[in-house]
Design a protein around this ligand. Structure first.
Ligand code: UD1
Ligand code: UDP
Length: 369
């Protein structure tokens, strides 16, 4: 069995890392294709370094661009590699343009596709990610669903049940594997002069939140209101997309915001772990906050990860300042909070490779679902 592993953006590198490591542990032949959709050091190579990943065997260098440009270039550049390498399966993770293009390139060549994080749906077709998810799921041969919600969604869409495997999310593997090392190595709290449990952490990069000036202003108003009601520091490691939009719209940020460039994974784990509250529109951070036991406000009207809301770890507030202030109050006055973990047992990459290599048995099946 030879596995082609496709990555392209920050979250794909983080969530695919455990699968790469497991291939190495088991001596399974694999190769990595990096689309380079993300390419800035702090969005790309820092994660290869920190997660001790091998250099990608192929780097497509597609960079930023319009959707068709990015997706088309990945398709064009990936096909000859797949023809040459002849993998038995190509693995993609998540919902980016890299995922759709990688899955499509393999599928057109008759190579089996494995989609990690299958079955997520926001039911919001204005999100480019929703198109990518749906199309990828429907051309995949192995659909690695996170939990029973996603399993049910895929069945409802008519996917052959024999293709669906409920395994959890590899985000849990990465997080559990790096918690200790992040605590030992990261000095970010000291560097930023932050007190554990005494700051809010913000991230935002969804096109719907940052690409339209009035929406971005609404988001900033929400932060203003949070600051007015709760004071304290608000730390914001800013995504390059958001940074470039702030510049384009000529928006000045208030001085109470501690704006920093995107940080590495080890630092970001510590920033999350010790935050009083996390405000985010990120997919991966909704999951990680929930796994770390830190409450979060999801800065979106909908989510493809309803589990965090269902277990009481998060609340959908969109860009509505009033809702955010009210939801924050609930948690800030609650003292210590806890909930069930809906996002995986930390051994998800093992489950995936057991399935691909036909070594998973019925007992495992019962344990995982
Ligand atoms: C992409 C994914 C999104 C994912 C996110 C993870 C799609 C459609 N979007 O969004 O689903 O949640 O990655 O972070 O696939 N830029 C840099 N350096 C980089 C990368 C981007 O400066 O390394 C800037 C460029 O100005 C670029 C902009 O960010 O135009 C957006 O990058 P892009 O990859 O198109 O989308 P993301 O917003 O990063
Ligand atoms: N992350 C990071 N540094 C940061 C912000 C995020 O390492 O400054 C990590 C975070 O721990 C999570 C992932 O990046 O694993 C989330 O990526 P992002 O929010 O860009 O994408 P999404 O999950 O929304 O697709």
């Amino acid at each position: 069995m030879k596995i082609g592993i496709v990555v392209g953006t920050r979250p794909e590198i983080i969530k695919m890392a455990p699968v790469i490591r497991e291939c190495q542990n088991r001596g399974i032949p694999y190769f990595i294709i990096h689309s380079n959709q993300h390419y800035s050091e702090e969005m790309d190579s820092i994660f290869f370094k920190e997660l001790e990943l091998p250099k990608p065997h192929y780097n497509l260098g597609v960079g930023s661009g319009l959707h068709s440009n990015q997706t088309g270039n990945i398709l064009i550049k990936m096909e000859p590699i797949l023809i040459e390498e002849k993998p038995d399966v190509v693995l993609v993770q998540g919902d980016t343009n890299t995922v759709l293009a990688g899955a499509l390139a393999a599928s057109k060549l008759g190579i089996k596709v494995g989609h990690i994080e299958a079955g997520l749906r926001s039911y919001d077709r204005t999100m480019p990610e929703e198109t990518n998810r749906i199309m990828t799921d429907h051309i995949s041969d192995y659909l690695f669903a996170v939990g029973p919600n996603q399993h049910a969604i895929l069945l409802k869409e008519g996917i052959d049940p024999s293709k669906i495997y409920t395994v959890g999310n590899t985000v849990s593997d990465s997080l559990f594997q790096h918690l200790e090392i992040s605590a030992a190595k990261s000095t970010i709290l000291n560097d930023l002069e932050l007190t554990a449990g005494d700051y809010f952490l913000v991230t935002a990069h969804r096109a719907s939140n940052v690409d339209i000036a009035s929406n971005l202003m609404e988001l900033l108003h929400l932060l203003d209101e949070m600051h007015a009601n709760y004071t304290g520091t608000i730390v914001w490691p800013i995504h390059p997309r958001t940074q470039s939009k702030l510049k384009e719209f000529n928006i000045e940020l208030p001085s109470y915001l501690k704006l920093i460039p995107p940080v590495g994974y080890l630092d970001f784990i510590q920033l999350q772990k010790h935050a009083k509250l996390i405000l985010t529109d990120s997919g991966g951070i909704q999951e990680e906050a929930c796994l770390l036991g830190v409450p979060s406000l999801t800065l979106r009207e909908n989510t493809e990860r309803p589990e965090a809301v269902e277990v009481g770890a998060s609340e959908l507030v969109g860009r509505n300042a009033e809702k955010a202030v009210k939801a924050a109050k609930k948690w800030l006055s609650a003292g210590k909070v806890s909930w069930e973990n809906p996002f995986g047992d930390g051994h998800v990459a093992e489950h995936i490779l057991d399935i691909l290599t036909n070594t998973r048995n019925i007992e495992d099946e019962e344990k995982i679902v």
